[in-house]
Design a protein around this ligand. Structure first.
Ligand SMILES: [Zn+2]
Length: 96
């Protein structure tokens, strides 16, 4: 059976399930000024939005900005993580 691990803090929440990693928090961002995320070197901009991301075997396969998730902006990271996982599942179902 695949290993399941959770990681919760004030500024992030993550869930590892086998080779899938779900993450929401400060480490993954989107810069609305330049239109790209922390993966493309925009760590120093002021207007960074936190993102929900899914990695499979370490490779980024899904990303949603905070504002794209149906959650109040001041919610706990865990709530964003849950909404993100829901959003990922809906997206997967749509592609089938
Ligand atoms: Zn930027």
């Amino acid at each position: 059976m695949s290993k399941i691990e959770t990681f919760i803090n004030d500024d992030y929440a993550a869930l590892d399930v086998g080779d899938l990693e779900f993450y929401y928090g400060y480490e993954s961002t989107y810069c609305s000024k330049h239109g790209h995320g922390s993966e493309n070197g925009c760590e120093d901009c002021d207007d960074l939005e936190w993102c929900f991301v899914v990695f499979k075997k370490g490779k980024l396969i899904f990303k949603k900005r905070q504002s794209q998730l149906p959650v109040a902006a001041n919610s706990d990271p865990v709530v964003f993580l849950l909404a993100g996982i829901g959003s990922y599942l809906l997206d997967k179902r749509r592609k089938k």
